[in-house]
Design a protein around this ligand. Structure first.
Ligand code: NDP
Length: 244
């Protein structure tokens, strides 16, 4: 299957490192003009140095007004990947209000904020478009010490479905991917210790964590015109974890 994003402008959030960075690089290699949005300027600068055509915008997505202004300044966008997220781990009894607010601000509110600006542009231009939100297996399975993260990803799945419902008539498709553990900085936070990794690996029928490129491949497909009738799905990339 040949996929090209030639003449498409794609905005990726959380593109400074991890999965978002590889998404930005892949889209650029497939001909897209990529706008990389992230918090740390360092990550964005090194990305733009690596791939000269990638434009970058540094903004804290937890700041609603600054984010809105930043996304408005990005110009017309054909495809969007809401990838940035915050994860903090604590047992249920230790969850603090600051942790709830910080995670929901990035993982849910910012997705709504960024998508509103991008979708308004698509609707005004009557261009249609495609949006992929990076959710998690944690949206559908209880993971110890992940109360807030699980809650944000469960919310994100439902936000995505309502977006699919309301934006579909404007020919804007909205889908989620729901990966299992990927050993990025975020993945290592929860799963690098053998006593954590072992029991998780035992629940994944394929017996391994996901690689970044396996998430990127699925996002590329869902974002592309090859998925032109796919709208409102939550696609596990989990080696069968959620099937068991
Ligand atoms: P990383 O922590 O490696 O990267 C996250 C990126 O998001 C960074 O570039 C970070 O910027 C950016 N970001 C975080 N908060 C903000 C903010 N407030 N404003 C702007 N940018 C921000 O995460 P992953 O690559 O692992 O995760 C990518 C997505 O995949 C997330 O949605 C995550 O929930 C999901 N996911 C990850 C899994 C895993 O095991 N890794 C499993 C399932 C889903 P900065 O460089 O400044 O920190």
């Amino acid at each position: 299957m040949e996929i090209s994003f030639k003449s498409k402008r794609i905005l990726v959030t959380g593109a400074g490192k991890g999965i978002g960075r590889e998404l930005a690089k892949r889209f650029a290699s497939l001909g897209a003009e990529v706008v990389a949005v992230s918090r740390s300027k360092d990550g964005l600068d090194s990305l733009s140095a690596e791939v000269k055509t990638i434009k970058s915008i540094a903004v804290d997505l937890a700041d609603w007004d600054a984010t809105r202004a930043a996304i408005q300044s990005a110009g017309p966008i054909d495809c969007l990947v809401n990838n940035a997220a915050h994860a903090s781990l604590e047992s249920f009894l230790d969850v603090k209000p600051e942790s709830i607010d910080k995670s929901f601000a990035v993982n849910v509110k910012a997705v709504i904020n960024v998508s509103q600006v991008v979708a308004e542009g698509m609707i005004k231009r009557k261009s249609g478009g495609s949006i992929v939100n990076i959710s998690s297996q944690a949206s559908q399975a209880a993971l110890a010490d992940h109360t807030v993260y699980c809650a944000t990803k469960g919310a994100l799945d439902m936000v995505s479905r309502v977006m699919a419902l309301e934006l579909g008539p404007h020919n804007i498709r909205v889908n989620c991917v729901n990966p299992t553990v990927v050993l990025t900085d975020m993945g290592r936070l929860g799963w690098s210790k053998p006593e954590k990794a072992g029991p998780m690996l035992a629940k994944i029928p394929l017996g391994r964590f996901a690689e970044v490129h396996e998430v990127v491949d699925a996002v590329v497909y869902l974002l592309s015109d090859k998925a032109s009738m796919i709208n409102g799905v939550t696609l596990p990339i989990d080696g069968g974890f959620l099937a068991t």
